[in-house]
Design a protein around this ligand. Structure first.
Ligand code: BMP
Length: 255
């Protein structure tokens, strides 16, 4: 099954479009691993996927701790996304993606700033061979995103002035990306990106909770999946919080 089919299936099975960003604050590796496992076992009924970041990869190591978490997620029916924001020359990008796919990740996140030729082409080719996913950053959730993703550029196809993120949205379409990240903190940008992608490439939005984004505004603008970290990982009752967020997302999606 492709990554897209897997996450779609998990979302339907769990009645959830909530992705857990399994970001825990730094602590001793053995503690981090057991806390990650406990958290995942608690919240799994309310989420449709798990996103892992350097918070865990650096202290736990890929072939040991991370592999256990990825396997557990799969046993719980959850696809896994590695938030490695691939951003280098093609050969290095392919090696990075290969490590993550080999440990079992269903998708990676990549940065379209590096371009296609000798950039992300090898990653997309590898993903296709292995039936894994590539999700592109289109507009990030933090304020400084304006300086890069939000800059005005000349559209190479039309010669007209446009915004960098709209060109990235077009690339997400033409490269057949499996998802596009647009921060929930910028619902207006989500709407513009959705106008380009429609239902062809689903929008993934981090930024609700700790970063102040609004679930309803993001969903109404076109977000398909909400990515939430600290609001769940630092909550006193993570499962209760995840269920609450899941229910809000589903209510908004049903409107
Ligand atoms: P939180 O809900 O705690 O803010 O976590 C959001 C997660 O999504 C973090 O892992 C962060 O690195 C990631 N992320 C983001 O916040 N904004 C983006 O534009 C892209 C991301 O990957």
């Amino acid at each position: 099954m492709s990554f897209r089919a897997k996450i779609d299936h998990a979302a339907k099975e769990k009645f959830s479009n909530l992705i857990l960003a399994l970001d825990l604050p730094p602590s001793e590796p053995h503690q981090l691993l057991s806390r990650s496992i406990n958290l995942l076992e608690e919240v799994h009924p309310y989420i449709c996927a798990v996103k892992i970041n350097r918070h865990l990869v650096l202290p736990l190591g890929l072939s040991t701790g991370i592999k256990r978490i990825v396997n557990l997620a799969h046993d719980l029916g959850l696809p896994t996304i590695m938030d490695c924001k691939i951003n280098d020359i093609g050969n290095t990008n392919r090696v990075i993606a290969e490590f993550y796919y080999n440990v079992g990740f269903d998708s990676v996140i990549a940065n379209p700033f590096v371009g296609w030729n000798e950039g992300l082409q090898p990653v997309f080719e590898l993903a296709k061979r292995k039936r894994r996913g590539v999700i592109l950053l289109v507009y990030m959730s933090h304020k400084g995103a304006l300086e890069g993703y939000g800059q005005e550029i000349m559209n190479p196809k039309t010669g007209e002035l446009t915004s960098q993120y709209l060109v990235f949205a077009e690339k997400a379409l033409s490269w057949n990306a499996d998802g596009a990240v647009v921060g929930a903190t910028f619902p207006g940008k989500i709407e513009e990106v959705y106008a380009v992608l429609k239902e062809h490439v689903p929008i993934y939005s981090p930024g609700v909770g700790a970063q102040g984004g609004n679930i309803e505004a993001a969903i109404m603008a076109g977000t398909r999946y909400l990515i939430v970290g600290r609001a769940i990982t630092l909550a006193e009752e993570p499962a209760r919080t995840a269920k609450l967020l899941r229910d809000i997302i589903q209510r908004c999606a049903d409107k």
